[in-house]
Design a binder for this molecule. Structure first.
Ligand SMILES: Cc1ncc(C[n+]2csc(CCOP(=O)(O)OP(=O)(O)O)c2C)c(N)n1
Ligand SMILES: [Mg+2]
Length: 1024
């Protein structure tokens, strides 16, 4: 597909020939009209496509089937048997949901979605979907999540599920239950791909196909015999994730990818596009993204009508009728359809005069027409060079009877009455299988008898297609272990060289990629931040995966570390799509099941844009039992400096801790990171891998990395790193008996060490320091122990790891983190000592690291004060000592907490109650104006009461900063100088008040909080 073929910029090599073609076209328009001309053009475009002559995307075609009746292939199946099998499945799906809701009122389930898509699935099951019973990998099928009743019902008919299991639909807790939706975590022999959170199925499917191609081009797995099918609802296509990755599939020509969109024109509450046409809209979207589009709109009985439509009136009616109207027609009588669809135009009315009203009602939509669907699937599987979408028009609740079909409430119907079940039975021709008395009580489950033609047919199809789907198989893989050298260098520390954990991680990743045993299985993934994370050497060496190779000379070709792309590249540089990158990670992290090929995906991302941005995909990853390493880089609310509110991550370990499959680690040192990575890689490629993934935060603060202790002590530290904590520094010798414990993680180690020194030297407090690598693991352990103790009251109580590690007593423990206090507070109630935590709750700021740590009160001064204050609680330290420490450190005890949201940020001068208090505003304005009459040089100041606070406005440039005790004079001076230089005009004052040439715009939080001085210089206060 070409996207930018601008013909007038291309030289005409044969103008005579061009003129001939154009003249002929003009002649057709003149002689035969525009419709005919349009038809010929479309034919030409079709031909061009089949001849693979690229042309600019033409994004929509008329509202008819893409495959004309005369181009439909012969249908190879036994239609009678297939219809019968379909009837059994339809019935069982409805019976299962009805029974579940009879057993437990309100347990839920969906009837209408599968009812609308039964034919879409059955054509696939009977003719296309490949299973795994031949030892191959089969197709990867993403089912519409809430169509699961139909998938269970088929598995029952195939003999793969029992009646008891069907009866446990949505009753999982007692064991042997069937989950509501596709959840491999809970039904790991059957489900492969979790899909029910709208949009995740489509994006995961696209990246599954993308990863399949990657594995194939890297010669790790031959994926060529498998296809990826993704079934998705038309309402679901509104999710950004559903459409966001379509371009990837088009760009990479992922022709093994087939989407089937179930266009029943409805979502949960009502029409998807009442005033428009979802099929047309989606056609344009998919075509624009480079996909083949096959529309299956009309069933076979429309073919004869379309054949009569010589003037194009029917086509015109089809094109101009909106979806809302089509839905109305779907619930109305034949007479209504005659009157309102065909009626207005006499030519149309004539077209259907020989059809009865009943005939009109039963003119079906294409998505229920087996032959049309077969034709579409066949073409979809044969087309090369681009992915294909089948847009199939269906009716929601099809066959469930007039009270349910196409009704706005259809999605919510969970139970069918006896009368509705009878209608369904009759409609499905199941009167022989379900006698009248069987309709009393619970509707029965039915399946074809052993030896029946239907069952034999089913089995025969299964043999041809290599068994049933879905089925999840995990094959044993050889145990692999990287060379110990990969990790060794990190144990010895970095000497005097300052490095960050991110830099160390990049180096470790490179070592892993180079490892002869596991190197090929490493799959580094980034979403456009490789440079930030120091991966240039890896890119230069392992190259970026690009299915088309590199068809240009990169601008940095002459540099040793250049932007190298290759079709066999190893690094997945996904561009700026965290969702896409996580979907890639998901496909690789489950390759052990999908392809019997364990991989080690390592996705490095901006930690702020991880769980927070794509938490639901990470949830699905946990459901899918993915294995891999997620590395949240540029982590820490104060460690990432300069980037500010949207970037400063103070919560990702907490968000990650909510995912039961995540093992969350926050390392301070390169050796900790290496020990964690060694555990991760050896587990993933080991004999009994956990279905877990690792989340590791990495920082860009550099410091000399300490060495891992050797010998026995080193082994203890290693175990502590994995378990979550180890003692990093013993208590220093001090004169008295004052003692405390500092717990740190990540870059807060240096703060803890500085505090340890000050506490010992100035206050005689001996504090030991613990490195906590995983608050979450400590908490999980403690919760397990707590539960065990609760349930074993007569046994000797067990002791949680963290409780044992920190012991009991009155010496306080103060934890410090670069995240919210809730991170270390995870273990608070398991510590038998006074416990306090310091953290970075609140919105981040852009500033230097030291300023941020001061602002969030996580610097050494605050840590010292915190320890002293804790010691003062039982009288071992006098409160006055704590107060002196506060004063000496320049800490302003009256400032508002940095996490208090209503004091956040800059305020409009007359904020916060500006609109509430017009009079106050006017009074202030007056004061300002009067004040301005003083002149340049010494404007003096004035005070103003507003909203119960006293505002002191200094209109001279001196006093404000001198009186602001928190400001660091070194940092402040340049600001003042700069502000002086902008005596008139817009600017920001030394501490953040902003003003324009005409007025003071805002007042900084410091002024606001500290009796609210405003330092304004000479800005004239003309208007407010
Ligand atoms: C992210 C998300 N939001 C909302 C829902 C709740 N939900 C379940 S089904 C559904 C409607 C689906 O409509 P459509 O995609 O058209 O599927 P249909 O049932 O019509 O085939 C909604 C909103 C969900 N599952 N996931
Ligand atoms: Mg729908």
């Amino acid at each position: 597909m070409l996207f930018d073929g601008i013909s007038h910029q291309v030289p005409d090599t044969d103008p005579g020939e061009t003129a001939e073609w154009l003249d002929s076209f003009d002649a057709v328009v003149d002689a035969r009209g525009r419709s005919r001309a349009r038809y010929l053009l479309m034919k030409l475009l079709e031909r061009a496509r089949t001849k693979q002559v690229d042309f600019p995307a033409a994004v929509s075609t008329p509202y008819v089937n893409t495959i004309p009746a005369d181009a439909e292939p012969w249908f190879p199946g036994d239609e009678y048997q297939e219809r019968r099998i379909r009837a059994y499945i339809r019935w069982n799906a409805a019976a299962m949901v009805t029974r579940a809701n009879t057993r437990t009122e309100g347990i839920g389930g969906h009837l209408s979605t599968y009812a609308s898509s039964a034919a879409l699935y059955e054509v696939g099951f009977n003719h296309f979907f490949r299973g795994k019973s031949d030892g191959g990998f089969g197709d990867q099928i993403f089912f519409q999540g809430h169509a699961s009743p139909g998938i269970y019902a088929r598995a029952y008919v195939e003999g793969r599920l029992s009646e008891a299991e069907l009866d446990n639909f949505r009753h999982e807790v007692g064991g042997g239950g069937l989950p509501s939706y596709p959840h491999p975590r809970l039904l790991p022999d059957l489900w492969e791909y979790p899909t029910v959170s709208m949009g995740l199925g489509p994006i995961t499917a696209v990246y599954q196909a993308h990863v399949n191609r990657y594995l194939n081009l890297r010669r790790l797995v031959d994926t060529s015999a498998s296809r990826v099918w993704c079934f998705v609802g038309d309402g679901e296509m509104d999710e950004p994730e559903s459409i966001g990755a379509l371009g990837v599939a088009g760009r990479e020509h992922l022709d093994d990818l087939i989407f089937v969109v179930n266009c029943n024109l409805q979502r949960l509450d009502g029409p998807v596009r009442g005033n428009g046409k979802i099929i047309q809209e989606l056609e344009a979207v998919f075509r624009g993204a480079g996909w083949n589009v096959i529309k299956v709109i009309w069933g076979s009985r429309w073919d004869a009508l379309l054949a009569k439509d010589v003037d194009g009136v029917l086509l015109d009616r089809m094109n101009t009728t909106v979806d809302g109207e089509y839905q109305k027609l779907a619930v109305e009588s034949g007479a209504y359809i005659r009157e309102h669809f065909f009626g207005p135009d006499p030519r149309l009315r004539k077209m259907v005069e020989d059809l009865s009203d009943d005939d009109l009602v039963s003119l079906p939509r294409g998505g229920h027409d087996y032959r049309k669907l077969y034709a579409a699937y066949k073409l979809a599987t044969e087309q090369r060079g681009a992915p294909t979408v089948i847009l199939a028009k269906t009716i929601k609740g099809w066959t469930l009877g007039p009270e349910i079909e196409a009704r706005n409430a259809t999605h919510q119907i969970k139970k069918m009455s006896k009368a509705q079940l009878r209608t369904l039975r009759d409609r499905l021709y199941l009167t022989d299988d379900i006698p009248e008395d069987a309709l009393e009580g619970d509707p029965p489950y039915i399946r074809p008898a052993e030896g029946s033609d239907a069952l034999e047919y089913l089995k025969a199809r299964g043999r041809v297609l290599a068994g049933p789907v879905p089925v999840r198989v995990v094959r044993r893989a050889p145990v692999l272990r990287p060379d110990a050298k990969v990790f060794e260098e990190f144990a010895s520390g970095s000497g005097t060289q300052a490095v960050s954990t991110t830099m160390a991680f990049a180096r470790l990743l490179r070592n892993l990629v180079r490892d002869p045993t596991v190197g090929a299985l490493m799959a580094p993934i980034v979403s456009d931040e490789a440079r930030t994370f120091g991966l240039e050497p890896l890119i230069a060496e392992a190259k970026i995966y690009a299915p088309d190779g590199q068809n240009y000379i990169p601008v940095d070709a002459d540099l040793p570390l250049n932007y190298a792309e290759s079709s066999s590249g190893q690094v997945l540089q996904e561009g700026i799509t965290e969702a896409g990158a996580l979907a890639t990670f998901t496909a690789l992290s489950t390759a052990y099941a999908t392809w019997g090929q364990p991989m080690v995906p390592v996705y490095l991302f901006y930690s702020m844009f991880g769980f927070q941005r794509i938490g639901d995909l990470a949830w699905a990853l946990g459901d899918m039992r993915g294995r891999g390493v997620l590395a949240g880089c540029t982590a820490g609310r104060t460690t990432l400096m300069g980037e500010g509110l949207q970037h400063d991550d103070g919560q990702s370990p907490l968000l990650a801790s909510t995912n039961p499959a995540a093992l969350v680690y926050d390392a301070s040192f390169a050796y900790e990171m290496a020990v964690i990575m060694e555990a991760a890689v050896t587990d993933m490629l080991g004999p009994n891998p956990l279905d877990h993934f690792w989340y590791l935060t990495l920082y860009n603060e550099t410091y000399p990395m300490p060495a891992l202790p050797e010998g026995e002590a080193g082994a203890v530290v290693r175990q502590g790193i994995i378990d979550g904590a180890y003692r990093f520094a013993e208590r220093p010798q001090t004169a008295g008996d004052l003692a405390a414990t500092l717990c740190f993680s990540g870059p807060m180690w240096s703060v803890a060490m500085e505090a340890q020194r000050v506490l010992a030297e100035r206050y005689g407090v001996a504090a030991d320091a613990w490195a906590v690598t995983s608050w979450t693991r400590l908490r999980t352990d403690a919760l397990e122990v707590e539960r065990w103790n609760r349930l074993h009251p007569e046994s000797e109580p067990r002791i949680p790891r963290i409780t044992a590690a920190l012991g009991a007593g009155r010496d306080p423990v103060v934890a410090i983190t670069d995240y919210m206090r809730a991170v270390p507070d995870q273990v608070a109630r398991f510590v038998d000592r006074p416990y306090l935590s310091l953290g970075t709750d609140g919105f981040g700021r852009s500033d230097a690291r030291s300023a941020l740590r001061g602002f969030f009160e996580v610097d050494a001064a605050h840590l010292v004060v915190a320890v002293l204050q804790q010691l003062s609680l039982d009288g071992r330290v006098k409160p006055s000592v704590v107060a002196d420490a506060i004063a000496e450190s320049g800490i302003d005890p009256e400032r508002e907490a940095p996490f208090k949201v209503h004091t956040e940020g800059q305020r409009s001068l007359l904020c916060p109650d500006v609109d509430r208090d017009v009079e106050e505003r006017a009074a202030l304005l007056l004061s300002l104006r009067q004040c301005r009459r003083g002149d340049e040089g010494d404007l003096g100041g004035f005070q103003h009461e507003m909203h119960g606070r006293r505002f002191c406005f200094d209109l001279d440039d001196g006093p404000c900063y001198q009186r602001a005790p928190l400001l660091d004079p070194v940092r402040q001076r340049p600001g003042i100088e700069a502000a002086r230089d902008r005596r008139v005009g817009a600017g920001v004052t030394a501490h953040g008040c902003t003003m324009s040439a005409s007025r003071v715009i805002s007042i900084c939080p410091r002024c606001w909080n500290n009796s609210s001085r405003i330092w304004s210089r000479t800005a004239p206060f003309v208007s407010l």
